[in-house]
Ligand binder design. Structure first.
Ligand SMILES: Cc1ncc(COP(=O)(O)O)c(C=O)c1O
Length: 345
């Protein structure tokens, strides 16, 4: 039975082409900057984002931590949205490791901070307060259902931050989803930020790794910090080779994930007892809920028997599409959710 795992796009496996590239990868000691495949991936990423340099990190969490550490000093304050991944799901590393204070401003439903809220927070940035030195943004926004954030929004809020002496880091774990959904190059979506991280190991299908992009100076600092936190690897070309295939061949096809997400969401919305906020489905992820008379846990168990896995928690389900779920799988999923919900109603 094919397992249709939609708990996250992080569960996606490397493609055959990636496995071949890993097998054939030319490698060297990246601790000495001598891994040709890592260097090629980093150059490719820097070019795509129109930044001076880039650095391979072990994970999105490490890329974000490096983004925070590179742009701040211990004791500084970092402003970010109340639903930011850095705040919720990175084990407090920005505080525990980088020594920064996280200050959450309210997010709207798309994960955006209002300009007025940032301006109000900035008015408190004086000699007696902590030194607010960094604004963190996120695109697409994970906890806000994969919302794709426009370049205009990012430019305007980054402009306010910069005018007040703050740096801006963008958690672009899924920025290629935003790029495909908005038909805007990543270089434009990240044009006004100082550093940006993107993940190779989510919708791009790579097995491991993220890349931090920024100025040559920022990346040099990040390289030292990466060593400090134990993230410097040696023959990392093994990882980078798959990353190069991801950037070469897995971006445009994300449009299929978005199409499949939309069709799956629309199909689920037609099932009695299932609710989906269709207007929020913008990229490869969404949530649906089931009515009170249906046990979410039992539904989840029934679907797992059919090879269908959603991110489940009570009556709410998270659905994330990726390259291993195709259009015919969507039909199979809909058919099985329909019959399981009917049987449990
Ligand atoms: C928006 C966002 N940022 C960062 C990360 C961290 O990536 P990783 O789990 O690879 O460390 C994730 C992971 O899901 C994410 O969704």
């Amino acid at each position: 039975m094919k397992i249709l795992d939609m708990r996250s796009d992080t569960v996606s496996h490397p493609t055959q082409q990636m496995r071949q590239a890993i097998f054939e990868a030319e490698v060297g000691d990246d601790g000495h900057g001598e891994d040709p495949t890592v260097n090629r991936l980093q150059q490719m990423a820097a070019d795509m984002f129109n930044k001076e340099a880039a650095l391979l990190a072990c994970s999105g969490t490490m890329g974000n931590l490096l983004g925070v550490m590179t742009n701040t000093q211990p004791g500084d304050e970092v402003v970010l949205g109340s639903e930011a991944h850095i705040l919720w799901f990175e084990v407090g590393g920005a505080s525990a490791v980088a020594g920064t204070l996280l200050r959450a401003l309210p997010n709207d439903e798309q994960g955006r901070i209002a300009h007025a809220d940032l301006e109000a927070a900035l008015r408190m940035n004086h000699t007696h307060s902590r030194n607010m030195s960094l604004l963190c943004l996120e695109n697409t926004h994970n906890r806000c259902g994969g919302a794709a954030i426009s370049a205009d929004y990012t430019d305007n809020i980054a402009n306010i931050a910069h005018k007040n002496g703050l740096k801006v880091h963008l958690d672009g774990a899924r920025i290629f989803n935003a790029s495909v959904a908005l038909n805007t190059p990543v270089s434009q979506l990240a044009d006004s930020v100082d550093t940006v991280t993107f993940c190779l190991s989510k919708g791009l299908g790579g097995p491991v790794g993220s890349v931090l992009c920024g100025s040559a100076e920022a990346i040099e600092r990040a390289r030292r910090l990466r060593k400090m936190i134990g993230g410097q690897l040696r023959q990392a070309g093994i990882i980078a080779a798959a990353g190069i295939v991801a950037l070469d061949s897995m971006i445009d096809r994300m449009a299929d994930d978005h199409k499949n997400a939309k069709r799956l969401a629309e199909g689920l919305a037609q099932i009695e007892g299932v609710s989906v906020e269709l207007d929020k489905v913008q990229t490869n992820m969404f949530r649906f809920t089931v009515a009170d008379n249906i046990s979410g846990n039992v539904l989840s168990e029934r679907l797992i028997e059919k090879g269908i896995k959603f991110g489940a928690g009570g009556s709410s389900f998270r659905v994330v599409l990726h390259w291993q779920i195709d259009a015919s799988d969507v039909d199979y999923i809909l058919e099985n959710v329909r019959s399981a919900v009917k049987a449990l109603s």
